[in-house]
Design a protein around this ligand. Structure first.
Ligand code: NI
Ligand code: MN
Length: 227
């Protein structure tokens, strides 16, 4: 069983057996967060891209817990230079870890770390597919809908897809519904909405528009979904 706990925005705690993974742990400054970074003790932190609302507390949590960061090559090198462990990957590549397999997928977005007035390019923005315990989970990261989501759905039949619906920076509901049609997951969970005024969206409206063969699960921050 995989235990998926929504930490607000795009952040998740993923428990696979005795392993704890975080995805995009934006906790500090996340108005939806129901935990504090000190409460999180992951062995692994998976990051889709370098923007603050995804990279978030990655370095601090990794330092405290000796976690391994799994992310796009350039962002992984940035993490290594900050003195934490990182495993570099790139889009289309997969690697087996002790908890399961991670594959990075395309996402149409940017990836930059901003330190004061300095903009640090952090490589490509990605999505993440996790295979573990016979289940498959896809976190789309930040992206628009794109036609190759159909390819992802065909090559990697999905149990759960985590898709942004908040618009402005990512897909809105209209695009996310098309993404569901392309991906055809068993379950879709909307993310990246209502954190800030700019990304307000109604998940119930999204649920009404999703084709009936896919179940929409709406998680409140702190909620857990077992798959
Ligand atoms: Ni972003
Ligand atoms: Mn974002």
């Amino acid at each position: 069983m995989i235990k998926l706990t929504f930490l607000g925005h795009s952040a998740f705690k993923v428990e696979i057996g005795s392993y704890i993974l975080l995805i995009d742990p934006f906790i500090t400054g996340n108005p939806q967060a129901t935990v504090s970074p000190e409460d999180l003790h992951p062995q692994y932190i998976l990051v889709t891209h370098g923007h603050g609302d995804h990279f978030g507390d990655t370095i601090d949590i990794a330092k405290r817990n000796n976690s391994l960061i799994i992310t796009v090559n350039e962002l992984a090198i940035y993490c290594s230079q900050k003195g934490v462990k990182a495993h570099p990957m790139h889009i289309g590549g997969a690697h087996s870890f002790d908890f399961g397999t991670v594959r990075l997928t395309q996402a149409h977005h940017s990836s930059t770390i901003i330190e004061g007035k300095t903009f640090i390019p952090a490589g490509d923005s990605a999505g993440i597919i996790i295979d573990a315990e016979g289940k498959r989970l896809y976190h789309a990261g930040d992206t628009c809908v794109f036609g190759d989501m159909k390819l992802i759905g065909e090559m990697y039949p999905l149990d759960v897809a985590l898709l942004p619906i908040g618009s402005n920076f990512t897909m809105d509901i209209y695009e996310a519904v098309q993404a569901v049609k392309f991906l055809n997951p068993r379950v879709v969970i909307p993310i990246h909405y209502n954190t800030f005024n700019l990304i307000k969206a109604d998940p119930e409206e999204f649920a009404r528009m999703v084709p009936s063969q896919t179940e929409t699960v709406i998680l409140k921050p702190g909620d857990t979904y077992n798959l």
